[in-house]
Design a protein around this ligand. Structure first.
Ligand SMILES: [Zn+2]
Length: 240
């Protein structure tokens, strides 16, 4: 195994990290690395259709249902998870949440950060999560910013694939082979009962990205993949 790495995943809503990065999380966990998810919102208004169809539902019950589902999914994938209750439609991070996120970066010292793409016209909370991630990452780097822990270096930011990538100006730059852990991702997806309509959608997407991964690498053993886009240039001493 490589030396242990820390991966930090910032998810706008309760299930986003499962659909979009569940394979990466399971993969890194299986390799012995530490993965931590920061979940900004339970998605209680916008992404809990299944829960709201049940009779007598209340906002507090929806939040608890989504929290339980996300905690279960994180456990299946092998990630730690911390919930911030920042509201939904819109996510409105308080000064305390911003401070807590800066301290997460400084204490956890992630080697890689995964979060939402720059824009998502289908859900502005995803853009908010992206902006908040970049903002707090930069604050955590600044020597003069008052927060616990040592200043952050410059971990790369990988943006996960939105549901309708063309509308979000998302260009896949990385196709991550998740074939060895796809069964774990599928199991985690199935724990998100309030959004059952996405199980097959995300399975089909993983197959399609897997086919593209074969096309781009010649590695015929790849069956499932997740797409990512880099925000900052890759720094390397060699092309291959
Ligand atoms: Zn979302």
């Amino acid at each position: 195994m490589d030396s242990e790495k820390n991966i930090l995943v910032i998810s706008a809503h309760a299930a986003d990290f499962v659909w979009r990065a569940g394979g990466a999380i399971a993969l890194y966990h299986r390799r012995g690395h530490r993965v931590r998810v920061l979940c900004l919102s339970f998605g209680e208004r916008g992404e809990s259709q299944g829960a709201w169809k049940q009779p007598g539902m209340t906002i507090e019950r929806v939040k608890q249902i989504r929290k339980d589902e996300a905690a279960r999914a994180a456990e299946i994938l092998g990630a730690e998870i911390r919930f911030f209750d920042t509201g939904d439609y819109p996510i409105q991070p308080s000064d305390q949440v911003i401070q807590a996120m800066v301290e997460e970066f400084r204490r956890y010292q992630p080697e890689a950060i995964l979060t939402h793409s720059v824009s998502d016209p289908y859900n502005p909370d995803h853009s908010t999560a992206h902006e908040l991630t970049l903002k707090t990452r930069v604050y955590a780097q600044a020597l003069g910013y008052p927060a616990e822990g040592k200043p952050l270096a410059a971990p790369p930011v990988f943006m996960f694939e939105p549901h309708q990538p063309e509308q979000c100006n998302f260009r896949p730059q990385i196709l991550l082979d998740i074939t060895p852990v796809f069964d774990i991702k599928r199991k985690a997806m199935e724990s998100m009962v309030a959004q059952e309509h996405l199980w097959e959608y995300c399975t089909d997407l993983a197959k399609r990205r897997g086919t593209q991964a074969v096309r781009n690498s010649g590695r015929k053993e790849i069956k499932y993949a997740e797409a990512y886009e880099r925000l900052y240039p890759q720094v390397t001493g060699e092309f291959l």
